[in-house]
Design a binder for this molecule. Structure first.
Ligand code: ATP
Length: 453
């Protein structure tokens, strides 16, 4: 962990993201909206693959978790009860010289004196609390009674629907409710590309349990979540588990871990795993006057469940995936001369495009027809890409740069023109090793499906 800040690497990554259509600045043609990002054709695929895999592991492959999808517009009473209206704020300081708004923890300190990180001025205001929630108005009248908020986290809609979901799912403790969705925070300083945005997506599970199970489940979820990151291809050496100290932890939490990733701009939080006790359900029960208790049939006990929450950011995980996968190495061109290449070593399970299919030459009708046949064969099962333009080496290189793990080339051997035994075989090239093997078209689907599962 804790490699020095690598600005050059980060610049290359940001540039690749734009050049190849992963991530664009939002409202770019109007100068951009700070803290908002749009995902392009490849970014959206990467994001969907990540979210689908999270949902598969956290919901479909388990008997004890069900899903939900809550509204973004949130009743103010929900966020009053949760403590967000009163306390979801960061301390903000203004620089009187360059007029920057700064989060208090971003000031630099030289010889014990706090300074503005932008201009070095020591002329700073006192810290004041700045609430991070976006407020809006519902309905035609913009008055006090019409206030609503864009949710600052997905968690609260889970707590508020706890009773309904308990009834319809008929789950017994321990069980969880999962959600993936947008959250909004008016961050004082959005920065580090998509890392700190004002609009972002979260993947959260609220895992309800008996009070005596809380600490054990905190450990359990920490391990599960580390496995998840490894299973999407993030290297373990760049992950760090930080135990959040008593001082830094929310007052209601009995234990919190942050899973951090060693980004080129330093180690930063990807996910928080918090044992939140019965705080949230109790707050909503008290404020709404509706019982949010659970009845344990066997023990004949009624109580408010405790909860452990693994809460991950989609955008931060996408950024970690790209940073982890980004590499520059040497590869041979069409004449065998070594040249440098950029390659995204994304796990096949997460890569936007799974397989690219190339006819060796675009002006040979039979090659093109055969390649298109292969595209049709694979397409119902995975996202494939057909490319016939340019030298084959160049086509490989374009796919390497966007992380496509497999390339299939249809050549004259495929047509059986050189050797009838090679008829209906293709070259399968693997992105990282650049190794090529000859495989039968009839085996292709099974072979690829196994490797991208
Ligand atoms: P930080 O300390 O970095 O502001 P946090 O501790 O406030 O994060 P949580 O409230 O625990 O974050 O939110 C859970 C997850 O949601 C975070 O681990 C992160 O992945 C994601 N997240 C939170 N704020 C942002 C943001 N502004 N931009 C992108 N992702 C975010």
């Amino acid at each position: 962990m804790s490699t020095p800040i690598d600005t050059q690497r980060m610049e290359k990554i940001v540039s690749l993201c734009k050049r190849r259509g992963f991530i664009f600045q939002s409202s770019e043609i109007y100068g951009g909206l700070n803290g908002a990002w749009d995902y392009g054709p490849l970014g959206v695929e990467l994001k969907r693959n990540l979210k689908n895999y999270w949902w598969r592991v956290m919901v479909h492959e388990r008997d004890d978790v069900v899903g939900m999808d809550g509204a973004i517009l949130t009743h103010p009473a929900v966020l009053k009860a949760s403590g967000h209206v009163e306390g979801f704020s960061d301390p903000m300081i203004d620089c009187r010289t360059c007029k920057a708004h700064l989060r208090a923890d971003q000031l630099v300190e030289k010889k014990g004196v706090k300074q503005c990180p932008n201009c070095g001025s020591k002329d700073l205001t006192e810290a004041r609390q700045f609430n991070l929630m976006f407020e809006t108005h519902v309905g035609a009248a913009a008055e006090e009674s019409s206030v609503a908020y864009l949710r600052p986290e997905t968690a609260q809609s889970i707590f508020v629907q706890f009773k309904n979901i308990l009834e319809v799912s008929r789950k017994k403790l321990p069980f969880g409710i999962a959600q993936i969705g947008k959250a909004f925070r008016n961050e004082i300083n959005p920065r580090n590309f998509t890392f700190r945005s004002r609009e972002f997506e979260q993947m959260e599970v609220e895992y309800f349990c008996r009070p005596e199970q809380g600490m054990e489940l905190l450990e359990y979820w920490k391990e599960e979540r580390l496995k998840f990151y490894e299973n999407i291809g993030i290297s373990r050496e760049r992950l760090n588990v930080k135990t959040v100290s008593d001082k830094e932890r929310a007052f209601y939490s009995r234990g919190t871990y942050d899973i951090e990733y060693d980004f080129p701009f330093g180690p930063q939080e990807l996910e928080g795993i918090a044992y939140r006790t019965a705080y949230d359900l109790k707050q909503h029960q008290d404020a709404s006057g509706k019982s949010l208790e659970y009845f344990d049939d066997e023990k004949k006990e009624r109580f408010i469940p405790h909860v452990v929450e693994p809460s991950a950011g989609v955008d931060r995980t996408i950024l970690a995936l790209i940073c982890d996968a980004f590499a520059e190495d040497q590869a041979p061109d069409d004449k065998g001369k070594m040249e440098s290449r950029i390659v995204l070593r994304l796990h096949p399970r997460i890569a936007p495009i799974k397989c690219a299919v190339f006819p060796l030459l675009k002006n040979k009708e039979r090659l093109v027809a055969k390649a298109k046949e292969i595209v049709d064969l694979l397409r119902p099962h995975m996202f494939v890409f057909y490319d016939e333009s340019g030298a084959i080496g160049r086509r490989y290189r374009r796919q390497d740069e966007i992380g496509t793990p497999f390339g299939v080339t249809v050549d004259f051997e495929t047509l059986g023109e050189k050797d009838s035994k090679a008829r209906d075989t293709v070259t399968l090239r693997e992105r990282d090793s650049m190794k090529q093997e000859r495989v039968g078209i009839s085996d292709l689907l099974q072979l690829l499906s196994m490797r991208i599962a």
